[in-house]
Design a binder for this molecule. Structure first.
Ligand code: SF4
Length: 419
């Protein structure tokens, strides 16, 4: 975006957004989407392309072409004066990239936007999609955090949700992570899978803890329309676990992981001290970030923008972006939406939201409205105000019950501010 357009947008925004510190800060985080997977998992509706079991970055023309386009998008994006403190390669399956492709993307980011020497550079990897040479190469290229898509430790469950890996592959992948001496690694698990029992879930949690990751993410399965699971299953009906059972799985994860020394720092995320995901905190704190690649979202200069989810459409959009010199034409997020985003994202964090910061950003009236909405949930024990000795008064969800029923609280806020 050129300076004149940016100034014009800033002036328009100043008329509609109350004193919003941070909104126009330059991003220091970048998400890079790598949209290729061997097969599509049965529950997945992410923007991806399937390359089959034998192809990967070294052999797939589609991946090579995509990396070319991705680098074009990066160099077309207007530069800002801050270096990146975090880069996150998500997917898809970024571990299908060749080492040379990953190096090229990182080099392009560094040359064009600058990457701080202390940046957290994360990569999602899937068991069975990389060997030691790949992982060592990724680390040599500056990857210093990986997130391994485990999902479950039971062979029948993995097969039933269309994953390409086995429990053996999980152990082999973690062994490689240890061999390349990468202590900052995370494991992803999914609760609420069809036919998953509480005993199996407990077993998955214990096996995850035994692998000693620094971080564990626990997601509850969502049945998305248009997926194989969406055609096969109805939420709440067998063989999906009942709502009560999925709630018990959430409580069990909270008890088991916190007892093992993991801090439940976000609704779905647990970390050993010092190992929270720096990149994802940018989202939860509603701070700006770049997004690159098909289907990627960005939040720059008050504009939230999601790129096209299909490869050809993304390429066509990129041609338009190049013609427009990097200017993305989309509206500045209106004030009430910024407030709602701040609430919905910030309440995901254990520490919740600072009421003085909310007041500074959105004014007394809005904060009074938020507190009025929160009042019945404070009485029901799902929301609390400053239960510890922090100097700043904070509004937050309780753990685990407030987190578990966050949808109820967030829907009430949504109805208040987006009517
Ligand atoms: S590996 Fe991840 S992104 Fe790829 S199909 Fe499976 S769930 Fe979707």
């Amino acid at each position: 975006m050129n300076a004149g357009v940016e100034e014009d947008r800033r002036q328009k925004a100043e008329g509609s957004i109350l004193n919003a510190p941070g909104l126009f800060d330059n991003p220091t985080a970048a998400y890079v989407h790598i949209p290729f997977c061997r097969r599509r998992c049965f529950y997945c509706d992410f923007p991806i392309s399937v390359v089959g079991d034998r192809n990967r970055g070294e052999t797939s023309g589609a991946i090579g072409q995509y990396v070319d386009k991705l680098c074009q998008e990066i160099i077309t994006t207007p530069k800002h004066d801050k270096r990146l403190n975090s880069v996150f390669f998500g997917g898809g399956t970024p571990s299908l990239l060749s080492v040379a492709q990953l190096e090229r993307i990182l080099h392009t980011l560094d040359r064009h936007l600058g990457i701080a020497s202390t940046a957290e550079i994360s990569m999602e990897i899937d068991p069975g999609t990389f060997d030691r040479a790949h992982l060592q190469g990724y680390c040599n290229a500056a990857i210093n955090r990986v997130s391994l898509g485990v999902q479950a430790f039971q062979a029948d469950l993995l097969l039933a949700c269309g994953r390409t890996h086995t429990p053996h592959d999980i152990y082999a992948a973690v062994e490689l992570i240890h061999q390349v001496n990468l202590p900052n690694f995370s494991l992803d698990l999914i609760s609420g899978l069809p036919n998953l029992t509480l005993e199996q879930w407990q077993d998955s949690l214990q096996q995850a803890i035994a692998l000693a990751p620094a971080h564990i993410s626990v997601y509850d399965l969502t049945i998305e329309p248009g997926t194989a699971f969406g055609r096969r299953y109805t939420p709440g009906d067998r063989p999906l676990p009942s709502d009560d059972l999925t709630a018990d799985m959430y409580r069990l994860a909270q008890r088991t992981l916190t007892s093992a020394g993991y801090d439940h720092y976000e609704i779905s995320n647990y970390a050993k001290p010092g190992f929270q995901c720096r990149h994802n905190r940018v989202y939860w704190e509603n701070r700006p970030y770049y997004g690159f690649g098909m289907g990627a979202a960005s939040y720059v200069a008050g504009q939230r923008f999601t790129r096209p989810r299909k490869r050809q459409e993304y390429f066509e959009w990129l041609d338009e972006l190049i013609t427009a010199n990097g200017a993305i034409d989309c509206p500045i997020t209106p004030s009430d939406e910024v407030l709602l985003d701040t609430l919905m994202l910030g309440l995901r964090l254990k520490e919740g939201l600072s009421l003085s910061q909310l007041t500074e950003q959105f004014g007394d009236d809005k904060v009074a409205q938020v507190l009025a909405i929160a009042r019945p949930y404070i009485q029901s024990g799902w929301v609390e105000i400053n239960q510890s000795n922090e100097p700043d008064t904070r509004l937050r969800l309780t753990d685990p019950e407030g987190f578990l029923f966050s949808n109820v609280v967030l829907t009430a806020l949504f109805n208040q501010f987006l009517e």
